[in-house]
Design a protein around this ligand. Structure first.
Ligand SMILES: [Zn+2]
Length: 89
């Protein structure tokens, strides 16, 4: 299980192992406290995490938004849950 998080300093998306307490931001070098930073979504494995990180970055870039709204986040979580279910069938 991995958490998708965002660097509070430079706003880069990344993922952290669920048991990891600290994550070093690959872009700006900030130490991120995984227990205190908001979790965007929890995913099964690191390849899903990589896919979602790049989708999130693309989405925000294309929509010129700074962050996801609560309803966009909810939609993302629902889509991921559905996608997971389809993958297992
Ligand atoms: Zn950073």
């Amino acid at each position: 299980m991995y958490f998708i998080i965002r660097c509070p300093g430079c706003r880069t998306f990344m993922y952290a192992d669920r048991y990891q307490k600290w994550k070093l931001c690959p872009a700006c070098g900030e130490s991120i406290n995984c227990l205190k930073t908001p979790i965007y979504i929890e995913v099964d494995n690191h390849s899903d995490a990589e896919t979602i990180v790049s989708q999130l970055e693309k989405y925000l870039h294309n929509s010129r938004k700074k962050d996801l709204s609560a309803s966009e986040l909810e939609k993302l979580r629902i889509q991921y849950a559905q996608w997971l279910r389809n993958k297992k069938d």
